[in-house]
Write a protein of this length. Sequence first.
Length: 322
Amino acid sequence: MRAVPVVLLVAALTGLAPEASAADRCVEDGCVRALQISGLIDPIVVSFVDQAVSEAEATPGMVGVVLQLDSEGLAIDDADFVRFAHRLAASAVPVSIWVGTGSEALGGAAELVSILPDSSMSPGSEIGEIGTQVLPQVPYGDLLDGDRYVMRDATVSAERAKALGVVSRRTLSAGDHLVGLPGVKTKQVKDDKGRPKVEPVTVAVVGKLDLWPQMLHTAASPSVAYLMFTVGIGLLIFEFFTAGIGVAGVVGAGTFVLAGYGFGVLPVREWAVGLLMAAGLAFAIDVQAGVPRFWTAVGSGMWLVGSFWLFDGISRPWLALV
């Protein structure tokens, strides 16, 4: 995991350059571990967050962990998700979530926001589409009780989420989120127009996934996994009918392997994957013949059916399918 210390001002959590005295200020003013999480919550994200929380618990002066979240749901099974939620809720260093402008927290991600105290959302963000609650009601309660039931099949705005008690605050920026966290030191300054405002003094340690884990996490995106599978099988068919092993074969094999990882993490229907493989074989027959004939029509039909029914329990990546 790569961590870069920065001072959180109004544009905190966006990768600002670190100050030379950041390490000293961390000891003096405390630190917050800030993690940028986007996409489905998969095993790589769970491992990344768990490691960061453990490091925060072992670091003197660490007063909190903040997840800057933009997630459409889960790519882990229910038991792993329950263990992950327990880990965050029971952390010795308080964990909170900030859902920024234009971001969303859907499904299991919405459940995490609901159970972690001091979480907040920005205007323009959405939360909901929980479906059937995964987390047990003991100790978390009914997350869809009363007026919150609207979040079962729909999303609500930051304002509505605050009114429902899903989040504790409505914040305009990451800096505003930090200012309201227990243990975060602040100071009063003036903005460009001379108006007083409060900003955090506490240092943030911003963590992002390293290159290889980030590649695997990206491969576990439905759109990316599907497109890589499509490109991989196309290049491998092309390479099969050429002399020797060329760039197309190497690239095709690489994308096919990454697509296989994505399909292994995502909830896919095995019969649909098999149908896509069979479609590739059907296309290969007519590629060898040099003209589109009967097997092209058969392959096209199998590819359409397999693509439409490929993913189970998550939204279809319509743009990638088109």
